[in-house]
Design a binder for this molecule. Structure first.
Ligand SMILES: Cc1cc2nc3c(=O)[nH]c(=O)nc-3n(C[C@H](O)[C@H](O)[C@H](O)COP(=O)(O)OP(=O)(O)OC[C@H]3O[C@@H](n4cnc5c(N)ncnc54)[C@H](O)[C@@H]3O)c2cc1C
Length: 408
């Protein structure tokens, strides 16, 4: 069976490429091979089931990898507006929450459905439970092997993703290993957009509490990445959007890394201390365990006071200027030693992957192996949390589709 294009992987990037190829060149024969029983399993879970499909602030600065500039051309060519046109053409309209775009249905499953329907209507041959185990070249064509089935193709698009989400979503990273064996270089994999594990003594006491904070990931006291938003204390460490956002900057060896929470980022430590002094004057008759009641989450306030070395059974009137300053300092720099992340299974994206120097950034085609393309997460490009990773899947897929239809 000779195909014009075989796409390996029916996730976000693979489905988008399949639809775009057939829309641009209806006569192309396009076959999509997906290892799982259904296509788009991960896509259906994105954005907590709502699918944060793109963002208004798409730019290379929001992407990471050995050479983040690799994504510039694709993102500029297929920005938010072009993405919106592609999706409106298959029945998905967008609604915005701030900078973030969602399908107007707010249902990730509906994005999978519309991609599936469009692929079907356009005549893409979709084969599920078809895991590719080998790719060979033979007589100027590619031979794609899946178990006891062989498929010949003029072009192959690798859209097999990486490890984030784990095996249950079809993300086992085996395709990357296969390509490495064939001589492709890869950048080491690391989970990103993931919860951080910390020393557990303090976080366990705060489990379940959510609070706004400016979160800074630091190594040996030097800031690596900062983000603001709602932090969630968990028994293993810290979660919440700003924690996920800074997690990608965690070095492979987390020794010396801390997360610092600034619970009052809008004021200086002196202004905060002044507020606490005034509060202490007013509330001197209370015991310290109620000092923060009404200002801060009660349990969080108590843990901060204990961290500042104060006894909760003492009276507020006993606070001296030193302990007030120390407490203000803890509220501005509430630090946790980072011991690692919760791993690939819980991560939204994998950083690392196929070294982009081996691919053309306009077409996503391999420089060494013409006709072989790589798109989406399997490339060494990962974006921030907020619709950036799906946008990379769409942009890289649309560029590869352009290149293949132009090459025909
Ligand atoms: C829980 C979760 C929530 C997320 N939410 C968002 C969000 O809201 N916004 C956002 O921008 N990003 C989000 N992401 C990230 C986003 O889902 C990924 O960046 C995106 O899905 C990557 O697309 P892809 O097509 O490259 O890979 P995938 O979507 O992972 O698809 C790869 C496909 O290839 C198949 N495959 C693998 N190996 C083979 C093989 N050998 N043969 C055949 N098929 C194979 C897999 O089964 C899979 O279906 C989220 C991720 C997770 C895990």
């Amino acid at each position: 069976m000779k195909n014009d294009v075989i796409i390996i992987g029916g996730g976000a990037a693979g489905l988008c490429a399949a639809v775009a190829l057939k829309k641009k060149s209806p006569r192309l024969s396009v076959r999509l091979l997906e290892a799982m029983p259904r296509v788009g399993k991960k896509l259906a879970l994105t954005g907590n089931g709502r699918c944060n499909i793109t963002n208004r602030d798409i730019k290379p600065g929001r992407y990471h990898g050995k050479n983040p500039e690799f994504c510039r051309y694709a993102l500029e060519k297929y920005s938010g507006y072009e993405t919106e046109c592609f999706f409106s053409g298959i029945g998905v309209s967008f609604s915005y929450e701030g900078e973030k775009a969602y399908p107007s249905s707010f249902q990730a499953a509906s994005v999978v459905d519309c991609l599936r329907f469009a692929a079907d209507e356009a005549g893409v041959t979709v084969m599920t439970e078809t895991k590719v185990t080998k790719i060979q070249t033979s007589g100027g064509l590619f031979k794609v092997i899946a178990g006891n089935m062989n498929f010949m193709a003029k072009n192959v698009i690798i859209a097999a993703g990486l490890l984030s989400g784990g095996d249950r979503l079809g993300c086992d990273g085996e395709m990357l290993e296969l390509l490495k064996k064939a001589g492709f270089k890869a950048v080491k994999l690391k989970p990103a957009i993931v919860q951080l594990k910390t020393g557990t003594d303090t976080v366990k006491q705060l489990k379940g509490i959510k609070t706004d904070a400016l979160v800074t990931l630091e190594k040996d006291g030097k800031a690596l990445k900062t983000d603001f938003g709602e932090v969630l204390f968990c028994d293993y460490g810290l979660s919440g959007p700003p924690v996920l956002q800074v997690s990608g900057a965690l070095p492979e060896n987390p020794a010396g890394c801390t997360v610092s929470l600034d619970l009052y980022p809008d004021i200086s430590v002196e202004e905060l201390a002044d507020t606490l002094f005034k509060r202490a004057k007013n509330l001197g008759a209370r015991q310290l365990d109620e000092f923060f009641t009404g200002m801060l989450n009660k349990r969080l306030g108590q843990v901060i006071l204990k961290a500042a070395g104060l006894k909760l059974s003492d009276y507020v009137s006993s606070l001296d200027s030193g302990s007030v300053l120390k407490t203000a300092d803890f509220l501005k720099k509430f630090r946790f030693n980072v011991t690692g992340t919760t791993g690939f299974l819980n991560s939204q994206v994998t950083s690392g992957g196929l070294d982009t120097s081996q691919f053309d950034s306009k077409t996503m085609m391999s420089r060494e192996c013409p006709g072989l393309y790589a798109i989406g997460e399997i490339l060494d490009i990962d974006g921030d949390c907020g619709g950036f990773n799906l946008q990379w899947a769409w942009s890289s897929a649309l560029c590869a589709a352009d290149a293949i239809t132009g090459r025909k």
